[in-house]
Design a protein around this ligand. Structure first.
Ligand SMILES: [Fe+2]
Ligand SMILES: [Fe+2]
Ligand SMILES: [Fe+2]
Length: 213
């Protein structure tokens, strides 16, 4: 049954060495390609969705385990930057779970969940490149970036090999993020979302009213 398959049919590149910063950037481009594939109507959207899930989870988990701690030790990034990165990973996990839980791949619900996921993924790639990768290019030696590349890719590829992004696995990661205090509990996040939706509606009304003048 394809519903329970956790391995995607789309081949995800698995390099094993290189400058960690360059390899991370390659994955960020891969996220964009897979988001685009998941958005098109002439592709196997289910395969694109599963491939995206696997590479997002493997990428972020191995960054937290293998990359961020070393960058902190080298003083390339601060504690705040590390924690903010982890918080954004948790937001990606939350949006990813909602996306994986959508039944079928051709309804409005699918489009909306994909748009939400794209928003958090793009925000994080941008911020990570500006505040984590850029300083590391200056503060971490080329030799250490190569060593980090091997460590990061080893863990990333191991997770891809195991299959790391079934809905149950992603749900467990979200629970872990809440337990560790990286993300607020569900009720608080739902309340915050409701406030944001209301504010967005009000802002829209203000703009519409201004257009009438
Ligand atoms: Fe990243
Ligand atoms: Fe990241
Ligand atoms: Fe941010």
């Amino acid at each position: 049954m394809s519903e329970t398959t956790t391995q995607s049919e789309i081949e995800i590149p698995r390099p094993t060495s290189g400058d960690v910063l360059e390899r991370i950037l390659e994955d960020h481009r891969l996220f964009e390609d897979l988001l685009r594939l998941a958005r098109r109507t002439d592709t196997d959207r289910a395969a694109a969705r599963q491939a995206l899930a696997e590479v997002l989870v493997a990428h972020a988990t191995s960054e937290e385990e293998e990359v961020y701690p070393t960058l902190r030790k080298d003083r390339a990034i601060s504690e705040h930057e590390e924690e903010h990165g982890e918080e954004e990973h948790a937001e990606i996990i939350e949006a990813l779970l909602a996306f994986l839980q959508v039944e079928g791949t051709d309804g409005q619900e699918y489009d909306d969940a994909l748009e939400d996921l794209a928003t958090v993924v793009n925000h994080h790639s941008n911020e990570e490149e500006q505040t984590i990768l850029n300083p590391s290019r200056e503060d971490v030696s080329a030799k250490e970036r190569e060593q980090l590349g091997t460590a990061w890719l080893t863990r990333r590829n191991q997770l891809l090999e195991q299959g790391c992004a079934s809905p149950a696995q992603v749900a467990a990661l979200l629970d872990e993020a809440v337990d560790e205090g990286t993300l607020a509990p569900e009720e608080a996040r739902e309340e915050a979302d409701a406030i944001k939706a209301e504010a967005k509606q009000k802002a829209k009304e203000v703009e519409e009213a201004a257009k009438q003048d």
